[in-house]
Design a protein around this ligand. Sequence first.
Ligand code: 13P
Length: 257
Amino acid sequence: MRKLIIAGNWKMYRTINEAIDLANGLKRELFKLDFAYVDVVLCPVFTALSEVAEVLNETDIGLGAQDVYWLDEGAFTGEVSAAMLKDAGCQYVIIGHSERRQFFGETNETVNKKIKASLKHGLIPIICVGENLQEREANNTFKVIEDQIKGSLTEISGEDLLKTVIAYEPVWAIGTGKTATSDQAQEAHKYIRDLLRKMYGEEAAQSIRIQYGGSVKPENIAQLIGKPDVDGALVGGASLKADSFSAIVTRASEVRK
Ligand code: 13P
């Protein structure tokens, strides 16, 4: 059975002090959680990473960044490298989030470079894919996902694939309150797993974890996690409060036990 992974993507919210408070709140709420069933990851803004790392020190809660640049260092104003994220205490990094694709020109090619750089430095990439509403309505969902998966994973070996996590986030479900039904999520997750089976074989397909993201809340997590190919969640809005994020994590681990 694949271990669940639930990550909170804090996006561009929370100052350093607010982030410390939120991380402390979660530490308290998740004190009794059995981490044998679920990996939990927090992804604050860059400026709060070191402080949140300190709060999470000696807990089972992991830390991730929301983006990375693919070179180690250099004259690249505004960018942060994988080595620097490691230095700040990260174990994970979100790559190719739809907001980065939509607003900052992220492409499958840059996602691919970022995945390679992250793996080189021992960071676990959380690789985001997902169609927008127009693409879904034009029946292009699978084609879009296939292009994103194949483009993002160019020259990534089967061994390296197992050091990554995939996040399926339909763009139309992000921040809209309009969650994909658990059947819609399962259909896309199964498609991704079948595609990875064709690319990397049965063992890799069975081992890789695929998270769902898009308006995940305490009320819908159990249904999503109940589906055979949904291995966790990438949570936006509901990860910004300790009570709702801990409720999501706790419910997911109860379903999986
Ligand atoms: P919401 O949970 O706010 O819809 O955001 C999802 C998301 O984009 C997580 O990366």
